[in-house]
Design a protein around this ligand. Structure first.
Ligand code: SF4
Length: 717
C-alpha cells in the first residue's frame, strides 16, 4: 500500500506521473491559494507567534518528561478503569492490539483516522489475522477501498476527484452512483458507515492529546465518526505516540487555538471529544466499556534525547507544512512523503520508517522555508531536513555532491574552475549573458530556461578599478559577494558599489571570501559547508566593519542564521560566528533602514515595476517592507499575485528536480505577466538567474533586475 522510491530514476518517474495528473494539480493549486488566504484571516484574532511559542515550550517540556508523564497518565487512567500499554515498536503495537481483539472475541472493527495507526501499518496485520477492519473517516474509507495510503495528514483523499470516488463507491456498493452529485455520494458513505458502527465489536481511534493529570485522551475531528468509533462498540482502543502526552488540560486548550486554524483554517473543528476513563456503554458486558490506550515508542524516547531532533515532538500533526509547501502543491503527498507527508513527513520517514525510505524523498525539499513559517510547533523544519541530508551523506556516500564539495573546499581551485568555465563557454554564449548555443542534448529537462553565462571578468577582478575612494565615510561596510554575483552577475555588485560610494559609504571587498556554503548544505556536504563558513568568517573578522552587506538573500540568511549553529561545537569559531553574523545585513534593509535613503534620493519615472519576494528574504530574514518601499521610491509598484511563493530556483534544487523547478517558474512568470509590469525586481541573484532565464526563454518583454540595478539606475546625480 505504501511505497517509497527505490532509486533517483524511480523517484523522477513518480514525480512525472504526478505532474501529468491535471486534476491533482488543479485541486492542490486551488487549495493552496484559498488556504493561505483563509489561514491569514483566522489568525488575525489571536497572537499567532505567542501561541506557537507556548505550544513549543509545552511540548519541549513534555518531551523532556516523557517517561514521567507516561507513568502519571497510566496511574490516573487505570484509576478510571482504562488499560494502558506501552509498545516499544510498530510490531509490538500491532501485536498488543490484535491480542486485545482476540481476547475480547472481536470480529468487526471500525477505525477513526489515526496517523499513528498508519505509522505502524495496523490494518494489514489485523486483516491478516482475520479481523474485518473498516475506516470510517470519509477520506480514509475512500483510500482504504482504493488500497492506498493517505496523501495528506488531515485530508487523506485530497488527491481524488468526485468521479474517482463515485467509481470506488459503485464498486463497494454494487449500485450505480451519480458521479456529479457530491452530497449524494456523501450520503452513500453515511448509510454504509452507519451500519458498520452499529455492527462493530471494537473501535480504534488515535488521540490528539493524552493528558497526564487525569488520564484523559481527546480527539479533534470534523466528521463525528471518531465519536461513533469511541462510543458505540463495546471495546475502544486508542493508539497514540508517546509524544502526544502533555501534563494538563491547559496545554491542550492552547493547542486547540492553533491546530484547526493551521490545519484547515477553521477557528474550531466540529468535534472535540474528551474521554476520561472507561464510560458507560450499553453494548458492553456489565454496561461499562472496555477501554485501552496503547502508547507507541518506536524510537521516540531515544529521539527525545537528541538535542536537535527532539523538536520534532512539537508537531501537532496539523498538516500545515504540506499546505504551504510549493513542492507538495505540485506533486501531492504520495510523492512528498511515505506515510507521514510534507516537511515533517520527510523527517519522520527517516526516523520511523528508515533511511532507505527517506533517502530520495529528503532531497525533494526546495528550502523555501514556507513550512517553518507556519509550523504550529515552531519546528526548524528546513534545518532538520538539511541535517538529515547530511546524515544520509555520512551514512551513504552515494548521495550526489561529493565532487563539487571537494572543489569548493579550496577557494583558489574553485575560483580557478569558474574562471576556466568562463573561458570554455565562449563558443556557446555568442557574447550574450546566456548559453545560447548549447546543444539540446546537454539541456534535456533543463531547457525550460535560458542558462546564464559566466561573466567575462569576475567582480573580484574588477574590484581594484571600481573601488570607490571615500573620504570621511558615514559608515564602513564590507560586501559579501557570493558565487553567483562574483562570477555570474558582477554588474549587480557594481551597481551596489555605485550607490554606496555616492552616499559616502566606505566599501571593501575581502578577497579571501568564498561560497557561503548553502549549496553544500543543500547537498548534505556538512564537513565542507563548515569549512567554507570558517573561511568566510576569518576573511571578514578583523575588518572592523559596521556592516557586512550582501545582495544575495540566500547568502544573507545562511550567514546570519546558520553559521552560529553550524559552528556551535567549536567555542572559538562559534564566538566569532556570532560576532560576524550580527553584522550581516541584506542590501534592501541596509539601504532603507541603515542608510535611510528615501524617495528624495531617486528619480521616479513611473516605471511599472513588480516584485518577487525571495524566500530567504521574506521568510528567512523576515524582510518584507524595505524592498517594496524602495521600489515605490523608484517607480510604480504593481503587486504580483503570490509574490512570496518560491520561483523554483532553490540553488542546486533546480538542477536536481528540473521538472518541478520548471513548473514553479511557469506559475511565477504567469503571475508576473498578469501584472502588466515592464520590470521585475528581485533581491537575490539565484532568483534573478531563474526568472531572467525563464523570461528570456519566453521572450516576455519583461526586464529582470536586481534591486541594486534598479536603484543605481534611478539614483539622483
Ligand atoms: S511539522 Fe508543524 S506544520 Fe507540519 S504537521 Fe507538524 S505542527 Fe503542523
Amino acid at each position: 500500500m505504501h511505497t517509497a522510491p527505490t532509486s533517483a530514476a524511480d523517484y523522477h518517474n513518480r514525480i512525472d506521473e504526478a505532474l501529468h495528473d491535471d486534476f491533482l494539480r488543479r485541486t492542490l493549486d486551488k487549495f493552496a491559494v484559498e488556504y493561505r488566504k483563509s489561514r491569514t484571516d483566522v489568525f488575525q484574532e489571536v497572537d499567532e507567534r505567542g501561541l506557537i511559542k507556548q505550544i513549543a515550550d509545552a511540548k519541549d517540556y513534555a518531551c523532556q518528561h516523557m517517561d514521567e508523564l507516561y507513568a502519571q497518565f497510566k496511574s490516573e487512567a487505570e484509576k478510571r478503569g482504562v488499560h494502558v500499554h506501552l509498545a516499544k515498536d510498530a510490531a509490538e503495537a500491532r501485536m498488543i492490539i490484535a491480542r486485545i481483539a482476540r481476547q475480547s472475541n472481536v470480529k468487526y472493527i471500525v477505525k477513526s483516522k489515526s496517523m499513528t495507526a498508519e505509522e505502524i501499518e495496523l490494518n494489514p496485520e489485523l486483516e491478516r489475522q482475520g479481523f474485518v477492519v473498516d475506516e470510517t473517516d470519509l477520506g480514509e474509507w475512500i483510500i482504504q477501498l482504493r488500497h492506498e495510503g493517505p496523501s495528506h495528514m488531515v485530508m487523506p483523499a485530497i488527491h481524488l476527484s468526485r468521479y474517482q470516488v463515485a467509481d470506488v463507491f459503485q464498486k463497494a456498493t454494487g449500485e450505480e452512483q451519480d458521479r456529479e452529485d457530491i452530497q449524494r455520494l456523501v450520503k452513500v458513505a453515511r448509510v454504509q458507515l452507519r451500519r458498520k458502527f452499529i455492527n462493530a465489536d471494537m473501535g480504534i481511534s488515535g488521540a490528539n492529546f493524552a493528558i497526564a493529570e487525569n488520564g484523559a485522551i481527546a480527539t479533534v475531528t470534523n466528521e463525528g465518526n471518531a465519536r461513533m468509533v469511541t462510543t458505540l462498540p463495546r471495546v475502544h482502543v486508542a493508539i497514540a505516540g508517546l509524544d502526544k502526552l502533555i501534563p494538563s488540560l491547559d496545554q491542550a486548550l492552547t493547542t486547540l487555538l492553533v491546530l484547526p486554524r493551521n490545519a484547515t483554517a477553521q477557528r474550531l473543528t466540529s468535534y472535540v471529544t474528551w474521554m476520561c476513563g472507561a464510560n458507560e456503554c450499553q453494548s458492553a458486558k456489565g454496561g461499562v466499556k472496555e477501554m485501552h490506550v496503547v502508547f507507541l515508542d518506536n524510537g521516540r524516547r531515544e529521539i527525545s534525547k537528541d538535542p536537535l531532533f527532539k523538536q520534532i515532538f512539537r508537531c501537532v500533526r496539523c498538516g500545515a507544512c504540506a499546505n504551504v509547501c510549493p513542492v507538495f502543491r505540485l506533486v501531492g503527498g504520495h510523492k512528498m512523503g511515505y506515510i507521514y507527508i510534507g516537511a515533517i513527513g520527510l523527517i519522520l520517514t527517516y526516523f520511523f520508517h528508515g533511511k532507505d525510505k527517506a533517502k530520495y524523498l529528503c532531497q525533494n525539499c526546495i528550502g523555501c522555508e514556507s513550512c517553518a513559517n507556519v509550523c504550529a510547533g515552531g519546528i526548524e523544519l528546513p534545518r532538520l531536513i538539511r541535517e538529515i541530508r547530511s546524515r544520509l551523506t555520512a551514512e551513504d556516500g552515494s548521495v550526489p555532491g561529493a565532487l563539487m564539495s571537494a572543489a569548493m573546499k579550496n577557494r583558489k581551485i574553485f575560483h580557478s574552475l569558474l574562471k576556466f568555465a568562463s573561458f570554455a563557454q565562449k563558443p556557446f554564449t555568442g557574447g550574450t549573458q546566456f548559453q545560447r548555443h548549447l546543444p539540446a542534448i546537454f539541456l534535456g529537462k533543463h531547457s525550460f530556461k535560458a542558462l546564464p553565462a559566466i561573466a567575462d571578468k569576475a567582480f573580484r577582478d574588477r574590484w581594484p578599478s571600481i573601488a570607490p575612494k571615500v573620504s570621511n565615510p558615514v559608515m564602513r561596510v564590507a560586501i559579501f559577494g557570493g558565487c553567483a554575483q562574483d562570477f555570474v552577475y558582477p554588474e549587480e555588485l557594481e551597481a551596489a558599489v555605485k550607490i554606496l560610494g555616492a552616499k559616502n559609504v566606505s566599501v571593501e571587498y575581502p578577497m579571501e571570501q568564498t561560497c557561503c556554503g548553502l549549496p553544500l548544505e543543500m547537498m548534505g556536504q556538512r564537513a565542507t559547508s563548515k569549512d567554507v563558513a570558517k573561511q568566510n568568517i576569518n576573511a571578514f573578522y578583523n575588518g572592523n566593519y559596521d556592516y557586512v552587506v550582501t545582495l544575495c538573500a540566500s547568502c544573507a540568511s545562511h550567514l546570519k542564521h546558520s553559521y552560529p549553529k553550524l559552528l556551535a561545537d567549536d567555542p572559538e569559531m562559534s564566538r566569532k560566528a556570532e560576532f560576524f553574523s550580527e553584522k550581516v545585513i541584506d542590501f534592501s534593509s541596509f539601504i532603507h533602514d541603515k542608510l535611510k535613503l528615501t524617495a528624495d534620493d531617486f528619480v521616479n519615472n513611473g516605471e511599472k515595476i513588480t516584485y518577487h519576494a525571495s524566500c530567504h528574504l521574506c521568510r528567512g530574514l523576515q524582510v518584507k517592507e524595505a524592498p517594496r518601499e524602495l521600489i515605490k521610491d523608484a517607480g510604480e509598484y504593481i503587486p504580483c499575485a503570490e509574490e512570496e511563493v518560491c520561483c523554483g530556483f532553490g540553488g542546486t534544487y533546480s538542477a536536481k528536480f528540473p521538472e518541478i523547478s520548471a513548473k514553479l517558474l511557469e506559475k511565477k512568470l504567469d503571475n508576473v505577466a498578469a501584472t502588466g509590469a515592464t520590470t521585475l525586481v528581485v533581491d537575490c541573484p539565484g532568483c534573478v538567474m531563474q526568472l531572467k532565464g525563464g523570461a528570456e526563454k519566453r521572450k516576455m518583454g519583461v526586464t529582470v533586475k536586481h534591486m541594486s540595478e534598479l536603484l543605481a539606475e534611478h539614483l539622483k546625480k
